[in-house]
Design a protein. Structure first.
Length: 127
C-alpha cells in the first residue's frame, strides 16, 4: 500500500478547506490512515501565528500523526539533494525523509521539489 508524507502547505490548505471534492477525498484518505509528517513540518505547523482554536486543531493533528525525525540516512540524502539542487534546507529535509521512507510526498509546492531523483510527488490540487 502506498504511504504518504504530508507537506505543511497541504495541512494549511486542508484546514482552510481549499481542495476540490476529489482532492479533499484523497486528503481525507491520507489523513484517516494516520498522517505522516516530517519533524520539519511539525516545527512549521507549531510556528504559525494563529488563534487558540486553530492552534489546538494543529496540536491535535500533530498528536494524531507519525512524526519522522532526522536520521543519519535522511541527513545524507538531504546533503546530496542540496549539493545537486538549489533548495531550502527544510524542503530538502522533507524530500529526504520521503525518499528515505520510500513515501510519496503530498505537496502543492511541486516546483521546489521538482527534479529530485526518485522523489514521488502527488498534488491534490491537480486531481
Amino acid at each position: 500500500m502506498e504511504q504518504y508524507l504530508i507537506d505543511s502547505n497541504i495541512i494549511s490548505d486542508y484546514f482552510s478547506a481549499s481542495f476540490s471534492a476529489k482532492g479533499l477525498q484523497f486528503i481525507d484518505f491520507v489523513i484517516d490512515e494516520i498522517p505522516n509528517i516530517s519533524v520539519i513540518t511539525q516545527i512549521e505547523l507549531l510556528s504559525w501565528k494563529t488563534d487558540s482554536a486553530k492552534e489546538q486543531q494543529i496540536k491535535n493533528f500533530i498528536a494524531d500523526s507519525i512524526i519522522f525525525n532526522l536520521t543519519t540516512n535522511v541527513i545524507t540524502l538531504c546533503i546530496n539533494i542540496r549539493r545537486n539542487k538549489k533548495i531550502k534546507t527544510p524542503d530538502a529535509i522533507i524530500a529526504a525523509t520521503a525518499l528515505a521512507l520510500d513515501y510519496t510526498l503530498v505537496t502543492n509546492n511541486e516546483q521546489d521539489f521538482a527534479n529530485i531523483h526518485n522523489l514521488k510527488i502527488i498534488n491534490p490540487f491537480k486531481m
